[in-house]
Design a protein around this ligand. Structure first.
Ligand code: FES
Length: 140
């Protein structure tokens, strides 16, 4: 192991998947919950066709419910505004969108939540659907 590898610090974060499965990911410190979810059977759904984060952190679609915020960064105003805008159905990236489901006090946006230590536990309402981006199996 070289010195650079030895400097990487990882923390366990528990994801409760939509089907109730519990998976612990040992994520690099500083990763956000969306990046760390790449180790799940599928990453957290964001609504982007390729499953990545939106460019401005404002789509509000990478929702999770934080069951235990230990080791996770606190919400900032920009994140709260993105959640509220999604709930209202405000335009995003110049496009109309439907109003999102109501938020709770536990609602966070996975691309905004940084992993700073061990102990985080989050409920994931939806994983990215890989079938939505597969090509035509008949090749037509
Ligand atoms: S991916 Fe858009 S707000 Fe997180």
């Amino acid at each position: 192991m070289d010195a650079k590898t030895a400097d990487i610090v990882r923390h366990p974060v528990t994801y409760i998947l939509p089907d109730g499965t519990i998976q612990v990911v040992h994520a690099e410190e500083g990763y956000d919950l969306l990046m760390a979810s790449q180790e799940l059977p599928a990453p957290i759904s964001t609504g982007r066709r390729a499953g990545g984060p939106c460019p401005d952190g404002g789509c509000g679609l990478c929702r999770v419910e934080v069951v235990d915020g230990t080791g996770l960064s606190a919400p900032k105003e920009r994140e709260r505004q993105s959640i509220e805008a999604h709930v209202r159905g405000d335009m995003h990236e110049g496009r109309e969108r439907e109003a999102g489901p109501p938020a709770t006090e536990l609602t966070r946006l996975a691309c905004h939540v940084r992993i700073q230590g061990p102990g985080g536990r989050v409920q994931v309402p939806e994983l990215f659907d890989y079938d939505s981006i597969t090509g035509d199996p008949e090749g037509t």
